[in-house]
Design a binder for this molecule. Structure first.
Ligand SMILES: CC(C)(COP(=O)(O)OP(=O)(O)OC[C@H]1O[C@@H](n2cnc3c(N)ncnc32)[C@H](O)[C@@H]1OP(=O)(O)O)[C@@H](O)C(=O)NCCC(=O)NCCS
Length: 169
């Protein structure tokens, strides 16, 4: 585990971080984090399709360990954040915010006008992260997450990259 190797003045010092595009060779690490994080994780097949579709799969690596990843799909001038996930042991250190900002920078560079995402109503941590980065609530999708007998609604959030967010239809 590439956690803090050194403590200075009683505070943990972490290895240097790197953001890099991930590939299918990163799948074992991606799947480990995914399965630790979600009750309904994406399967290996879904991730393989993601790579084949040419979606942006960006990882945050610290030392030699993958700490988290984000998946962004683009269609015309709109990006869709499909996944953002951090290793449970590495949460609460601002890493997801860094990863999200890097994905957003990439979307701007590709000329995207807006980023849209779905988030579980109950996912307080993710909702706060997105709100604090300027995402606004633009819709709801009832029962979006099947979850067996008690499906959960999704909130749809959007961030305008070139102007104010507008409602989805
Ligand atoms: C949501 C998630 C990506 C956040 O990752 P993280 O690395 O812990 O987030 P950060 O440390 O960058 O925190 C960024 C902001 O998120 C919010 N946040 C993070 N954890 C939180 C928590 N436990 N409770 C409330 N808000 C929280 C805060 O606004 C925080 O900013 P602050 O530290 O200035 O208050 C992470 O919890 C995760 O991977 N969850 C499982 C997968 C998931 O649900 N992904 C989202 C799918 S839509």
């Amino acid at each position: 585990m590439a956690g803090p190797g050194v403590y200075r003045a009683g505070r943990p010092v972490y290895p240097e971080q790197e953001l890099r595009a991930l590939s299918e060779s990163d799948l074992p690490d991606i799947l480990e984090i995914e399965r630790l994080s979600y009750s309904y994780p994406w399967s290996e097949g879904v991730f393989r399709d993601t790579f084949r579709s040419g979606y942006a799969v960006l990882g945050l690596v610290q030392g030699s360990r993958l700490e988290g990843y984000g998946v962004l799909a683009t269609l015309y001038d709109e990006a869709h954040l499909l996944n953002l996930c951090m290793r449970p042991a590495s949460r609460g250190r601002g890493l997801a915010r860094q990863l999200l900002r890097a994905l957003l920078r990439g979307a701007v560079l590709q000329g995207m006008q807006r980023v849209v995402l779905e988030v579980r109503v109950s996912n307080r941590a993710a909702r706060r992260l997105y709100e604090s980065e300027g995402f606004e609530l633009v819709g709801e999708r009832p029962g979006y997450y099947p979850d067996g007998v008690s499906p959960e609604d999704a909130l749809v959030m959007a961030l305008g990259l070139a102007g104010p967010a507008s409602p989805v239809t």
